[in-house]
Ligand binder design. Sequence first.
Ligand SMILES: NC(=O)c1ccc[n+]([C@@H]2O[C@H](COP(=O)([O-])OP(=O)(O)OC[C@H]3O[C@@H](n4cnc5c(N)ncnc54)[C@H](O)[C@@H]3O)[C@@H](O)[C@H]2O)c1
Length: 422
Amino acid sequence: MRQIENTRVVILGQGYVGLPLAMRCVEQGFLVVGFDVDDRKIDQLNSGSSPVEDISDSELAQALASGRYIPSDDPGSLAGFDYAIISVPTPLAAGQPDLSYIEAAISTIAPQLRPGCTVVLESTTYPGTTDELVADRIEELTGLRAEEDYHLGYSPERIDPGNPVWTLVNTPKVVSGVGPTSLGAVQWFYDQCVDKTVAVKTTREAELTKLLENTFRHVNIALVNELAMFAHDLDVDIWEVIDAAATKPFGFMKFSPGPGVGGHCLPVDPSYLSWAVKNRLGRTFRFVELANDINRHMPEYVVRRLRAGLTERESLEGASVLLVGMAYKPNTGDARESPSVDVATRLIDLGADVRVIDGHVDSSRLPRGSVEIDLTAAEVASAEAVIVLVDHDDIDLDLINEHASYVLDCRDVLRGENIESL
Ligand SMILES: NC(=O)c1ccc[n+]([C@@H]2O[C@H](COP(=O)([O-])OP(=O)(O)OC[C@H]3O[C@@H](n4cnc5c(N)ncnc54)[C@H](O)[C@@H]3O)[C@@H](O)[C@H]2O)c1
């Protein structure tokens, strides 16, 4: 019987996914190396400053003080691991899955991989990555065969940064293995970390589960976004329609329109699926293509609506526009693929004077040509238009309502004569 306190876990990638898992493992008594190739991140972690909003500095300090959490960029620190969890980026490169980070992580693990160890991939990817790419590459580098010599599995991450209700611990976690022994090892590990694990047949079902979840959101958001554009032209209040539909206790799930989709998941993951369908089956995943098309065009639509809203103006050149919220969703500092950045860039290209507010996003992530300001009555009053793109909890919406002459509200959080909802 394996003992938690003797189990050495290495988590490759200390980002939004890897760091919370590392903290949970330490809390549960594992010995954890948080490995990352970014030496600045490792220095930051070692200094006790958390780079991820969901993890507080005090949580990190506690983990460091326990002596059971070691952030490191030294591949030698992986020596003697029992479990290696891979949570590195899986972006798109020229519209295609870029698995080079996973491959690099495997090369780091390989020299330390011993019979009896367990390797789990958490990065989002298309079905077949674990039992083909990961297994084959490990065998090539070490001669060890998955399931026979070591355990190999996939467990998709469902973490929702900024969500205080559904956390790593109380969100059920799907687990899988390339065979029964692997599944046993993978499930044992996650059973120590989360309230409930859900085992599926093979790693392929687990990989596709994650892509189904994200594609489901992507497609449904695209549906309400397209409907929002039609409803506006038909003079129907889409927000009231959605709220009314959401009173149906069955068969409907509420999704809200917005300025587009961002973050690491929705703009990227469904394309992993459509790529796999195209590559393996030679077919087109039409739902994904359509959702991509609609959601990608939303920032352009926001600019169009602004232009239409500023009735006195011929063009947006020289217009002073205040953008509220540059992250991709509320209460996070994550601005990756943020549609707000796209809106800002478009306005800057049209010659607008763009000011932005977001206390969560690092200034280096703000679009070049924009001016970062604090939310004050004077700034709001001097703007010709305010666009509410993201409604972080710390944004004083009343102040905007009171002082703005015109607001394009992409989140339907304001009411008043001067407010127009998307
Ligand atoms: N952020 C989310 O909400 C979320 C949710 C579910 C799944 N995911 C998936 O999890 C994976 C990781 O996403 P994330 O948001 O944590 O990314 P992130 O960018 O926040 O963190 C990834 C970390 O991996 C590090 N890294 C890169 N190459 C490495 C290597 N070879 N070895 C070790 N570290 C390496 C990077 O320096 C970075 O710190 C992705 O596949 C993503 O799709 C993310």
